[in-house]
Design a protein around this ligand. Structure first.
Ligand code: PLP
Length: 470
């Protein structure tokens, strides 16, 4: 307040150093503001060049496994940017936003059809939040049945958010190892089932990119034990139109619309981790529900068992628009997405498995995990850095944790054979370099704006300021 008041009292010339010093604390005074004197074209070039220093899916192949941004058709951006959607106010009255409510209602119908679930909540804003909602529902469900069940079973290949979610809900995690085919170890699973197990959280295909071969048996065993089956469906692009988690026996599933259904993500941007459940759990979903009555779409706040809200309003609406647009553009052909994703992954795998090790030698789903362990410690990291020099974004490395020097590769459905061939060629060349001239790989990257960073310092104390050369 003091500052503003003093500024207002100055009638002329208050930007001179002398006068500013009346109101500004010394440490805020900049005597020489080094503003460049530049023309429009120079500004445009500056920002255009800056925008190209970062790697993005519009620049090159981006085969990051698991958390992959799949295909994001630009048309869905246009649809989400339509004025009526973009300017929608979340407090609008039902009768003013019938079209948007219809879109959300119809998206729910599509997701039910795709997954075999009975009801969806579009509220969760991330995969992890969908998981949280799922386990919150499990908590309330068992509490109302007067059952004390305090444990959750999670395989050792699971995504880190699964045990983190269990911990947030104060569940104890029981970790089950994977067997030699990469499935959950059935014997160990049977031994761990007892009346304390509330939920089994499974990813299918799992994070090794492998389909759980015993899924029907796992679900039967869990259900006979009174345990709920939760599916981590963050990455649905191996199953679309081919098989449905609901038919496999899962009671709940979250989908990451921002991975498998078109929304671009990165930098922690907005997401949608929608949660689907079987009918016996529908009443626990967050409010309001959108229902259709007499050809009108209305909010339903009547479900008393609801666990409450998990996020404000209805979730990230823009993501719902993109997902709906994506699903509608495929229609009943959506199976093609998965057929191409699985074909591309298996093609790439076949080109790489001679040169790198394949810990689980099976046909993969939408992604696969190879290991560079034979090239020594930190080789996965070094390969990832070297790929940057060849213009490729590195795959996910060091995950899943059960594979040493893991490289998790997901090509997605839209990459051409030429791109996959080029990527495989480069990975083979890097393997050759590792044998003949490892120091080249270990010092990479050489062509990026900055070379090898101390990643901890870069993350903890980022230096975001450009300093002119002294
Ligand atoms: C990405 C991912 C998650 C977490 O999703 P967020 O939206 O990042 O919270 C959970 N499980 C799997 C298998 C994933 O790939």
């Amino acid at each position: 307040m003091k500052l503003i008041f003093e500024y207002e009292e100055q009638t002329t010339g208050y930007l001179s150093d002398e006068n500013i010093s009346i109101g500004l604390p010394n440490e805020l005074i900049r005597n020489e503001l080094p503003l460049p004197n530049v023309s429009e074209i120079e500004v445009i070039r500056h920002y255009t060049n800056l925008s190209k220093k970062n790697f993005g899916v519009d620049l090159g192949f981006y085969p990051l496994g698991s958390c992959t941004m799949k295909y994001n058709p630009k048309i869905n951006e246009d649809v989400a940017a339509l004025e009526g959607f973009r300017n929608l106010h979340p407090l609008s009255k039902e009768n003013c936003i019938q079209g948007s409510l219809q879109l959300m209602w119809e998206l729910e119908q599509y997701l039910k059809e795709i997954t075999g679930m009975d009801t969806f909540s579009l509220q969760p804003a991330a995969g992890a939040q969908g998981e949280l909602l799922g386990l919150m529902i499990a908590k309330v469900y068992f509490k109302q049945k007067n059952k004390k069940r305090a444990k959750v079973i999670i395989p050792d290949s699971a995504h880190g958010t699964n045990p983190a979610t269990a911990a947030m809900c104060k569940y104890e995690t029981i970790v089950i190892p994977s067997d030699i085919r990469g499935n959950i170890d059935l014997q160990k699973f049977k031994q761990s089932l007892n009346d304390e197990i509330a939920v089994v959280m499974l990813t299918n295909p799992n994070t090794l990119g492998l389909f759980e071969e015993n899924i029907l048996e796992v679900c039967d065993l869990a259900h006979n034990n009174g345990t709920l089956m939760y599916c981590d469906g963050a990455n649905m692009n191996a199953l679309l139109g081919i098989t449905r988690p609901g038919d496999q026996g899962f009671d709940m599933i979250h989908l990451n619309l921002h991975k498998s259904f078109s929304t671009p993500h990165g930098g922690g941007g907005p997401g949608a981790g929608v949660l689907g459940v079987k009918s016996f759990l529908s009443d626990y979903l967050p409010l309001p529900r959108i229902i259709k009555q007499n050809n009108k779409y209305i909010f339903d706040n009547t479900k008393e068992k609801s666990v409450g809200k998990i996020r404000s309003f209805y979730g990230n609406f823009g993501m719902l628009v993109r997902a709906c647009s994506y699903i509608m553009s495929w229609g009943s052909n959506i199976r093609k997405v998965s057929e191409h994703a699985v074909l591309n992954a298996n093609y790439l795998l076949s080109l790489l498995k001679e040169v790198y090790d394949l810990p689980y030698n099976r046909k993969c789903a939408h992604e696969f995990v190879i290991s560079s362990e034979k090239f020594g410690e930190k080789s996965a990291l070094n390969i990832a850095k070297r790929l940057l020099d060849y213009g490729f974004h590195p795959p996910t490395i060091y995950f899943p944790l059960i594979v040493q020097e893991a490289l998790m590769i997901e090509p997605t459905e839209t990459e051409s054979k030429e791109t996959l061939d080029r990527f495989a060629f480069v990975l083979r060349s890097i393997a050759h370099e590792l044998r003949e001239n490892p120091q080249v790989v270990n010092g990479a990257p050489y062509t990026t704006p900055v070379g090898r960073l101390d990643e901890i310092t870069a993350a903890r104390k980022p230096n975001l300021r450009w300093a002119p050369p002294k």
